[in-house]
Design a protein around this ligand. Structure first.
Ligand code: SF4
Ligand code: SF4
Length: 441
């Protein structure tokens, strides 16, 4: 297959990165990459779906990975998977004879092993420069479910569903193949309902996910729905306000530098220094802009505020606020910033997932969440027009239209980074606005 044909198949079938920010996958395929990495690190505590999907569809995913590698002419192909995912590793090993070009890279059980920059270093030893993407060092990283979706696209099946782990304070933790547009309310009901009072809902992992309501919906990037006690410190951190976080930093940051010493990006030589930022921001330093400008190099992994800071401060929240504010004012990140060497102490400063889970108070929720055997039943789907980075798709259906599952209901924006959006199930269009299309069944 030619690379241009593969790209147009992915754009047509609505394929975006199924794990992170939803970058349209066609734009990632590039012949400058000599290395392809399948990301099965799944570093957020409590999440299950990547190892489950790879174990269920090992042959389909590895054969598709092989085909992509051939198409982009990448010589090195790795499956990055944690050694602790024993059943998934067994399933991969059982298939490897058929795919001699694919090597397994066993990853340590640490957070954030799934960060593309960290994974690229673990698999290849190459350091992605600050502010760049893995392609800058000849690497393309693809998520497990994204590659499964590419396999489906080759059978002319567009992205209509998403694997989502529903866990925490629910009766029966489960991983469900949910139609895109399913409400969080329906997912929690499917998992047997909430089992505690005063809970909060997080869409995504406990470290990087966001607080949502039951009315929010599954998109192409939703990995998990977590129901957790509202008084859990990690939930309280997500509820806190920037102004309060800053006041607490002003009164309690002792400049111990633990946040910097354990920062995964800093350990790889990137010029992100949360401790220097906290000093500058909380002391109103104005004669040196570097700590503020370098906020652009924070990945938002959250380790500094959820694990490293013994004072319970929130460097990540404050860095994110600074980064957003600079971007809104049109301030560009520094170009080709100076990097330092990979820290010799890095192997000893990686954070074991078990310790992180325990520190977050998540041990009681570290339960299996098996893939559901039955389908989830829904009466209504709200499908968002912006589920990916780039330009939103444009609705091409009207209220009252009958739509079939898999039909294009919103077209990719012309001449822009964008992909099509499809009806997840058959039904009738109940509402169309500039943000979403609602379908009743
Ligand atoms: S770990 Fe906490 S107290 Fe120490 S420098 Fe960082 S923000 Fe300040
Ligand atoms: S969130 Fe904190 S630990 Fe993570 S990259 Fe940013 S500064 Fe470093």
């Amino acid at each position: 297959m030619k690379i241009e044909d593969l790209k147009s198949l992915l754009r047509e079938n609505g394929i975006v990165g199924a794990g992170g920010a939803g970058f349209p996958t066609y734009a990632k395929l590039d012949k400058r990459a000599d290395t392809l990495i399948l990301n099965c690190a799944e570093c957020e505590p409590l999440l299950r779906l990547h190892r489950q999907v790879l174990k269920m569809f090992t042959h389909e995913i590895l054969s598709t990975l092989s085909l992509i590698a051939k198409t982009v002419e990448a010589d090195n192909v790795y499956v990055g998977v944690k050694g602790s995912y024993k059943r998934t590793v067994e399933a991969i090993n059982a298939e490897l004879e058929s795919f001699p070009n694919i090597k397994v890279c066993k990853l340590p059980e640490v957070y954030p092993a799934g960060d593309e920059v960290v994974l690229t270093y673990e698999a290849t030893g190459r350091v992605v420069p600050a502010g760049e993407i893995p392609l800058s060092v000849g690497v393309t990283v693809l998520n497990v479910e994204t590659v499964y979706n590419i396999y489906r696209a080759m059978q002319n099946l567009p992205v209509t569903h998403k694997y989502v782990t529903v866990t925490g304070e629910v009766a029966s933790p489960v991983t469900v193949y949910a139609p895109i547009g399913t409400s969080v309310r329906d997912l929690i009901k499917f998992a047997g309902g909430v089992t505690a009072e005063n809970t909060a809902i997080i869409l995504g992992g406990p470290m990087m996910g966001n607080l949502v309501s039951e009315a929010d919906v599954v998109t192409k990037t939703t990995n998990a729905v977590l129901v957790l006690p509202e008084n859990l410190p990690l939930v309280q951190k997500k509820l806190s306000k920037t102004a309060i976080d800053m006041k607490r930093a002003m009164s309690a940051c002792c400049q111990c530098s633990y946040c910097t010493s354990l920062c995964p990006r800093n350990l790889l030589g990137h010029p992100i220094d949360p401790s220097a930022f906290m000093y500058a921001a909380s002391n109103g330093i104005t004669n040196d802009a570097v700590p503020y400008l370098n906020s652009a190099f924070c990945s938002g992994c959250g380790l500094c505020e959820m694990y490293s800071c013994g004072q319970g401060l929130s460097p990540r929240m404050l860095l994110t606020a600074c980064k957003s504010s600079l971007r809104a004012k049109g301030v560009k990140p520094p170009k080709s910033p100076e990097m330092h060497f990979v820290d010799n102490a890095r192997p000893n400063r990686m954070i074991p997932l078990s310790r992180l889970r325990s520190r977050l108070g998540l041990d009681p929720y570290n339960k299996s969440a098996p893939v559901a055997e039955k389908d989830i039943k829904v009466k209504k789907l709200k499908i968002l027009l912006s589920q990916h980075i780039g330009a939103p798709a444009t609705a091409i259906v009207c209220k009252g239209d009958k739509v079939e599952a898999g039909q294009i209901i919103a077209a990719a924006a012309e001449n822009a980074l964008s992909v099509n959006i499809h009806a997840s199930l058959s039904g009738t269009v109940a509402e169309v606005n500039n943000k979403s299309i609602t379908i009743t069944l």
